[in-house]
Design a protein around this ligand. Structure first.
Ligand SMILES: Nc1ncnc2c1ncn2[C@@H]1O[C@H](COP(=O)(O)OP(=O)(O)O)[C@@H](O)[C@H]1O
Ligand SMILES: [Mg+2]
Length: 231
């Protein structure tokens, strides 16, 4: 289980996170919803180690992550799919997948067959450059690359952003399959409410750097929850 306990995060004098606490249990899909600019990516930067905390703590399966470098967090099983995908455009699909080897033990440096079962398009495009793929294909590649690191928790930042509906469905199915078949924890950050309501076991809503709502996915249909999500 990932436990984020009462964290603050600052960019210089500007505070982006205020006393944020969430948990993401193993074998569950946990979703953090919120409008643009409320601090979702900042929360994931705190979890993956790309930005330091000014208060609070983050633990994963009893390991204290505070102060640990991103590379070591990856070794501890934190797999990250960044917003905007960050696929290497000039590397091939295969090379992009292999870029996930860094935190992995030598014996595990191969591409798990499951990745191609989830996203068959990646197998047929192994020799193509990342930059030649569509947005949806790049998103599948970014998820595949994170899976190469053998994560115990998969953290995804707006995987549906700018992606066509048929591929959104494929990604949703893949996320459910991963939860059910591997028991990994999934932490999904989104603006797309319907996607979260369908997938999530538990949801949080963020507004202006704070958690303002928490509950089972069905609670997203309450007026109180909607109020935090409408512009
Ligand atoms: N590197 C940065 N430096 C300064 N301010 C930032 C930086 N990144 C994000 N912010 C600010 O922090 C707030 C939260 O941003 P972010 O976490 O990216 O929100 P979200 O992912 O929900 O859109 C916003 O006001 C944003 O402008
Ligand atoms: Mg963001």
């Amino acid at each position: 289980m990932l436990t984020v306990d009462n964290i603050n995060l600052h960019y210089g004098a500007a505070q982006a996170l205020r006393g944020v606490s969430i948990i993401a249990p193993m074998g569950k899909i946990t979703c953090v919803l919120g409008r643009n600019g409320v601090g979702k990516t900042s929360l994931l930067r705190a979890i993956t180690g790309q930005h330091g905390l000014s208060a609070g703590s983050i633990t994963f399966n009893d390991t204290q992550l505070n102060g640990m470098a991103p590379y070591n967090r990856a070794k501890h099983g934190i797999g990250f799919v960044p917003q905007g995908r960050e696929v290497f455009p000039l590397l091939t699909v295969k090379e992009n997948l292999e870029s996930g080897y860094a935190p992995v033990a030598r014996k595990d440096r191969f591409i798990p067959e499951d990745i191609f079962n989830l996203f068959p398009i990646l197998r047929s495009m192994l020799g193509r450059r990342g930059g030649d793929l569509s947005g949806g294909q790049q998103q599948q590649l970014a998820i595949g690359r994170a899976l190469v690191t053998r994560p115990k928790i998969l953290v995804l930042d707006e995987p549906t952003e700018g992606i066509q509906p048929s591929i959104i469905k494929d990604i949703g199915r893949a996320i459910q399959y991963l939860r059910d078949s591997t028991g990994m924890a999934i932490l999904l950050v989104e603006q797309y409410l319907d996607f979260c309501r369908e997938l999530a076991d538990h949801v949080y809503i963020m507004d202006r750097g704070e958690i303002v709502h928490e509950g089972p996915a069905e609670t997203l249909d309450t007026p109180e929850a909607r109020r935090h999500l409408t512009v």
